[in-house]
Design a protein. Structure first.
Length: 190
């Protein structure tokens, strides 16, 4: 077998959510409190949510950079390789790397949606989970269904909501969910 005969599928990639992620995906009430991109005085762009900057765009957006050029600080979108947040550019990068398909985990919500789990307002948190899933499935993956494997996050603080979300996203084409690997550390059953 030659390396050119292999079909490469990456199952541990990440998407850097674009600034428009929540636009049109939340009720008017929820949209007022949704995460948004803010440009800081130093030119860095960060997601702001509930009065705090979320550290989400660091090591997950260093494609094309040498190690001396990156750290864990957030970057402006203009400093990132467009394939980090633009699906058309991502597929071009996949073609250059010989990757047939990929599964992308979230950045903004944290692994498995931990950012939303930590919110006190669980109604808003649930709406944000669904908005992220709709973006991932209906926009990111739907643009290239033969190249992107739909993955969803769950409102894992509530078993019934999680069950309904699994059913909802499965009907939309999701084939994987990201789960908290240590639910007991968050006070949940193992």
């Amino acid at each position: 077998m030659q390396v050119d005969d292999l079909v490469l599928v990456s199952v541990d990639d990440h998407v850097v959510e674009p600034p428009h992620l929540f636009e049109g995906r939340l009720s008017a009430k929820a949209a007022e409190r949704a995460p948004f991109i803010e440009t800081q005085a130093n030119g860095r762009e960060v997601w702001m949510f509930e009065g705090a900057a979320l550290p989400n765009v660091g090591l997950n957006a260093v494609a094309g950079r040498v190690p001396e050029e990156y750290g864990v600080d957030p970057l402006a979108f203009s400093e990132m390789r467009p394939g980090c947040y633009d699906i058309d550019e991502r597929v071009k990068d996949m073609d250059r790397d010989g990757i047939q398909a990929q599964l992308c985990f979230p950045s903004l919500p944290g692994f498995a949606g931990s950012t939303f789990f930590a919110m006190e307002d669980k109604e808003l948190a649930h709406a944000c989970v669904q908005a992220w899933n709709d973006f991932a499935i209906d926009e990111w993956c739907a643009a290239y269904p033969d190249r992107q494997i739909p993955l969803a996050i769950l409102p894992y603080w509530d078993v019934e909501l999680s069950t309904r979300e699994v059913e909802r996203v499965a009907a939309k084409g999701a084939r994987a969910v990201s789960c908290d690997e240590m639910p007991h550390s968050a006070g949940l059953p193992s």
